[in-house]
Design a protein around this ligand. Structure first.
Ligand code: GDP
Ligand code: GDP
Length: 439
């Protein structure tokens, strides 16, 4: 599980700027896709090989008593509770305020590992103008400029050094281990995750077994179905209790993110009677950004009429357009309807995510595609695509080598994506196309 850093501080100190700086390399991988929301406060980031999750808590007002502020304060508290290290962001230019003292008191009581980040310190990294921050009694102060990127690496190193277990922060290579499919059933509260999982675990064809020595606090359930081994990952809001899964009282975005990241395949569960909500779209966006294979199940199909079905169809088309690669299934976990087709879909998504694509075949498909429809000239030169090789699995990445590829439009990228998908029968996984420009 990746460690979690939470950005906390009063409004306007630069938390979102810092958040964007920390998460942007990751987000840049995904082209702008219709429906993919970007106003998120949870994201993945990395420093060298060390990966972590960052939470931007928005404006924190510990004394907030009413309305939206109270709701925000509640969410901030949850984020802080889930964080391994709290980055308390302060404004090096305006100095300490009463609000900063409030937040400091709150953090001191919590006793979490904490780092003071003196932001907006560009041009003053060497000076000690922020030395008054030491008054807060929360330990080390590190100056950064989120806007200009100065000091950010040093600050992150200090933050990650505060983690109890640094090994846990090293990225695990995304390999298929011994034919086991790691499956996460993800979805917001009440979509039917526990109903579905417990229906599965109650099936005769599904043999669940405990790993020796991990009966308590097990974070996953291994099982076998028709000879295929699976590992079911504990998901947000779900915890294993003995032989059944139970919903825990609190939905956790962090747990959802961690489950999605450690899965090979995400079964995204939606409540058909509710349409696609913001939270559904966010969870789907996480899965996409992490390149996960996805199968979508529209649950509670039994409970909706034909008018609602049409509406659902439309909301999927507009809000989940970026999941076009995934297969969709209508199910009723409660009535045990439509469940059988999920298994081959999961297996197919997994196989697609780990597909091996040999260079000669990739290159042939590339050349055939270019012959069929060449990329348009942009600027002085016509793009020239020479060959392609596989740059990774889960998700599969196709790296295209050539010249003048800078201006190749997204529409052409999608054209190539479609061709590779068809040739390699890739269903249920994102496929990334990268251009590598020869120098
Ligand atoms: P948040 O409310 O804490 O999320 O703060 P924002 O990230 O929205 O930033 C508040 C303001 O501070 C914006 O106008 C930013 O452009 C500015 N800002 C953020 N980081 C820096 C920085 O490193 N230096 C300076 N000078 N301004 C910054
Ligand atoms: P979770 O929070 O995602 O684990 O959701 P639960 O499995 O606890 O289900 C939430 C509610 O939806 C419960 O009252 C279930 O009985 C109900 N539910 C789950 N699946 C279905 C279904 O297929 N059809 C109908 N009508 N209700 C369902």
């Amino acid at each position: 599980m990746k460690p979690v850093l939470a950005l906390v501080g009063r409004p306007n100190v630069g938390k979102s700027t810092l958040y964007n700086r920390l998460t942007k390399t990751r987000d840049a991988i995904v082209a702008d896709l219709p429906g993919l929301t970007r106003d998120r406060h949870y994201g993945s980031a990395r420093l060298g090989k060390r990966e972590f999750i960052v939470i931007d808590t928005g404006g924190f007002e510990p004394r907030a008593e009413a309305g939206i502020y109270r709701e925000m304060a509640k969410q901030t508290r949850q984020a802080v509770a889930e964080a391994d290290v709290v980055l308390f962001v302060l404004d090096a230019r305006s100095g300490l305020s009463a609000q900063d003292h409030d937040i400091a008191n709150y953090l001191r009581k919590l006793g979490k590992p904490c780092l003071l980040v003196a932001n907006k310190a560009e041009g003053m990294l060497g000076t000690a103008q922020w030395s008054e921050f030491y008054e807060l009694g929360l330990g080390e102060v590190l100056p950064v400029s989120a806007a200009h990127g100065q000091g950010v690496r040093e600050m992150l190193e200090a933050a990650l050094d505060r983690l109890p277990l640094t090994e846990a922060a090293v990225a695990v290579p995304a390999e298929a281990d011994e034919g086991v499919i790691r499956l996460a059933v993800a979805g917001r509260p009440n979509v039917g995750k526990s109903t579905l999982i417990n229906t599965w675990l109650g099936e005769e064809r599904l043999v669940a077994f405990d790993q020796p020595g991990t009966t308590r606090d097990a974070i996953s359930v291994p099982f076998e179905r028709n000879g295929q081994k699976f590992e079911l990952i504990d998901t947000a809001g779900l915890r294993r209790k003995g032989r059944v899964f139970e919903a825990v009282e609190k939905f956790s975005v962090v747990k959802t993110l961690q489950a999605i990241e450690s899965a090979h395949v995400v079964l995204l569960l939606l409540d058909a009677s509710q349409g696609v909500t913001d939270q559904d779209a966010h969870i789907a966006g996480f899965a996409l950004e992490h390149g996960r294979a996805v199968v979508v199940a529209l649950n509670k199909w039994d409970a909706i009429d034909s008018y609602q079905r049409e509406q659902l169809q439309r909301s999927i088309e507009s809000r989940l357009a970026f999941l076009k690669f995934a297969s969709m299934h209508t199910i009723s976990a409660l009535k045990r309807q439509g469940l059988a087709p999920l298994w081959p879909a999961i297996a197919q998504a997994h196989a697609s995510a780990f597909k091996k694509m040999p260079t000669p075949l990739l290159t042939r498909i590339l050349q055939e595609s270019v012959a069929l429809q060449a990329p348009k000239r942009s600027g002085m030169y016509r793009p020239k695509m020479r060959y392609a090789h596989q740059g990774g699995m889960n998700p599969p990445v196709v790296v295209i080598h050539g010249n003048s590829l800078e201006g190749v439009p997204d529409s052409y990228r999608r054209f190539l994506e479609g061709r590779f998908r068809k040739a390699f029968d890739l269903v249920g996984t994102p496929l990334r196309i990268e251009f590598k420009i020869a120098d």
